[in-house]
Design a protein around this ligand. Structure first.
Ligand SMILES: [Zn+2]
Length: 257
């Protein structure tokens, strides 16, 4: 859907031990042409290859926690990007020890990456905004697991407000983008036309929540009912959730990569 693309591709849904026909956890979220990788289990780069995805387009990688089935593919992917001549920056968001884990491997192999690698240490904290760019805002969910574990809510940026056809003649061309951004129209003779008279409401921003390994946790964050209600409220009408033990489900149609 053009520059408002919002597609999710499940690369792997397996758990810690090898399984026939599926890979450990990883997902690719494409928002308005930008690519975000969520978790990076072993073999993620093979899945990306099989899909025909361009590794270099991945600008951000989000790692939920440090169980191997969620991150053991990261070193290989970082290394392949280097070998393929990547020069653009890569941002990795994950638990604090992740930087040390990758650094020691780079040091031991005397690998000096050709591209800037930016680390963003995450603490599981409900509602904390971990990243925001022109396309998405990423908010954290504190999950309940044996080790610190973070969920992610990706929300696309608001679409411009569509102009009402009957108002087009009133709006000077240089003002159109500002009106689409929500401004009122100031008339040369001193009056004001409110934005509501000039535009329609845009579609609601879409959201995707990734909740990896978690347990029911009455005392530590929210009661189960509150949790489901809050997630449903946040995500409605598009509710997706991660089901690690289901078989790989191919996407309905191959999104543009
Ligand atoms: Zn885990």
């Amino acid at each position: 859907m053009g520059h408002r693309q919002f597609d999710l591709i499940t690369l792997g849904t397996g758990a810690a031990l090898p399984a026939r026909g599926r890979y450990p956890t990883s997902q690719l979220l494409i928002v308005h042409g930008a690519t975000y990788l969520i978790d990076c289990g072993e073999g993620t780069q093979e899945r990306l290859r099989a899909l025909g995805a361009n590794f270099m387009r991945i600008g951000h990688i989000f790692i939920s926690h440090l169980h191997g089935d969620h991150y053991l593919g990261l070193m290989g992917l970082i290394s392949s990007m280097h070998l393929m001549g990547r020069t653009g920056a890569l941002h990795v968001h994950g638990p604090k020890p992740l930087k040390e884990i990758i650094d020691v491997q780079l040091r031991a192999s005397q690998t000096y990456l050709r591209y800037p690698l930016h680390w963003h240490a995450l603490e599981p904290e409900n509602g904390c905004v971990a990243w925001r760019d022109q396309r998405v805002t990423v908010t954290l969910l504190a999950l309940k697991h044996r080790i610190p574990c973070t969920g992610f809510i990706f929300e696309e940026s608001a679409a411009p407000r569509p102009l009402r056809v009957e108002a087009l003649a009133l709006i000077p061309a240089p003002m159109r983008n500002r009106i689409k951004a929500g401004e009122d129209l100031l008339l040369p003779e001193g009056g004001v036309i409110s934005n509501a008279e000039l535009t329609h409401d845009p579609p609601r921003p879409r959201r995707y929540a990734y909740c990896s390994d978690t347990a029911y946790a009455l005392n530590s964050f929210l009661s189960f009912a509150e949790w489901i209600c809050s997630i449903t409220r946040l995500l409605s009408p598009q509710l997706w959730h991660h089901v690690p033990r289901r078989r790989f489900i191919p996407p309905l149609s191959k999104p543009r990569l």
